[in-house]
Design a protein around this ligand. Structure first.
Ligand code: 6GU
Length: 237
C-alpha cells in the first residue's frame, strides 16, 4: 500500500467520455502503481422504469430537461454505503470555482472523492442536500459535468505523491506560488535567430534563481495583474 492514494468515484450517464483521460500515460501509471483509483457508477443503472429514465420536464414549464432526484440520490447513496466517508461533489456551473487552493484541499480528502456529473439544464434542487460541495470549473457553459469531473481528477491526481513523476516541480509551478511561471527554454541555444537568455546558460544558480523570480513577476504583472493583487492582500496557504 502506498503512503497516500486517492480514490475517485464518478456518477455519470457517460462513463465512456472518461476514456481519453484514462488513456493518459500519467494517470495510467498512477493507477497501475495503486496511487489512484477511478470507479465509475453508471447513472443509467438507477434510471426509472422500463426506459431507465433519469430526466424529466421542469415543473412550472420552460425549455430543456431537469435531472430527476431519485436516480441521482439512489446512486449517491449506493456508492457511499459501500464507500463511507467519500467527499461528495456535484459538478455544476453554480458551484465554488475550482482554483489551485481548492484543488489542494480536495487532494487532502484521504477518504476519496465522489464526483457527480449532471447533464441537461440542471439537476432537481433537492439533490443538493445529498452532496457536500458543488464545484464549477469556470464561468462558461458546458453541456454536462463530465469534462469538469475530468478536470478535477487530473488536477487532484497530479498532487498525489509519486503520481506526478517529478514532485519537486510542484512547488514552483504556476499558481502554487501565486504567480505565473516565467519563460522556459530548452535546446537549441539559438532557434531561428532567437537566443536563450544568457543567464540560463551561465551555471550561476543564484543569478538564475533571481532571474526566474523577476521574470515570473514581470509575466504575472503583464498578464494577470489580478493574481499579483490577490497575493498582496491575502495570506499564503
Ligand atoms: Cl461543473 N458543469 C457545467 N455543466 N458547466 C460548467 C461547469 C460545470 N463548470 C463550468 N461550466
Amino acid at each position: 500500500m502506498p503512503a497516500f492514494a486517492m480514490d475517485f468515484h464518478v456518477i455519470t450517464l457517460f462513463p465512456q467520455m472518461f476514456d481519453s483521460v484514462l488513456g493518459c500515460a500519467l494517470l495510467r501509471r498512477a493507477i497501475s502503481a495503486g496511487l489512484v483509483s477511478i470507479t465509475f457508477h453508471p447513472l443509467r443503472d438507477h434510471g426509472l422504469g422500463r426506459y431507465r429514465q433519469v430526466d424529466d420536464t421542469p415543473y412550472g414549464g420552460g425549455s430543456g430537461m431537469v435531472m430527476r432526484p431519485e436516480p441521482l440520490v439512489n446512486a449517491i447513496e449506493a456508492v457511499t454505503a459501500k464507500h463511507p466517508g467519500l467527499w461528495r461533489v456535484l459538478l455544476t456551473p453554480q458551484g465554488d470555482r475550482l482554483e489551485q487552493p481548492l484543488v489542494n484541499r480536495l487532494a487532502q480528502r484521504r477518504t476519496g472523492l465522489l464526483l457527480v456529473a449532471g447533464r441537461y439544464e440542471g439537476v432537481d434542487e433537492r439533490v443538493r442536500s445529498w452532496v457536500d460541495q458543488e464545484i464549477s470549473i469556470g464561468d462558461y457553459v458546458l453541456s454536462g459535468g463530465e469534462l469538469a469531473a475530468m478536470v478535477v481528477i487530473e488536477a487532484v491526481a497530479r498532487l498525489v505523491p509519486g503520481a506526478l513523476g517529478n514532485s519537486e516541480s510542484l512547488a514552483e509551478e504556476s499558481f502554487s506560488t501565486g504567480l505565473l511561471e516565467g519563460p522556459q527554454y530548452t535546446r537549441p541555444r539559438e532557434f531561428r535567430g532567437v537566443r536563450v537568455p544568457e543567464v540560463l546558460l551561465s551555471g550561476d544558480h543564484a543569478r538564475i534563481r533571481a532571474w526566474r523570480e523577476s521574470a515570473a513577476l514581470k509575466r504575472t504583472a503583464e498578464r494577470r495583474r489580478d493574481l499579483l493583487e490577490r497575493r498582496d492582500h491575502t495570506p499564503r496557504g
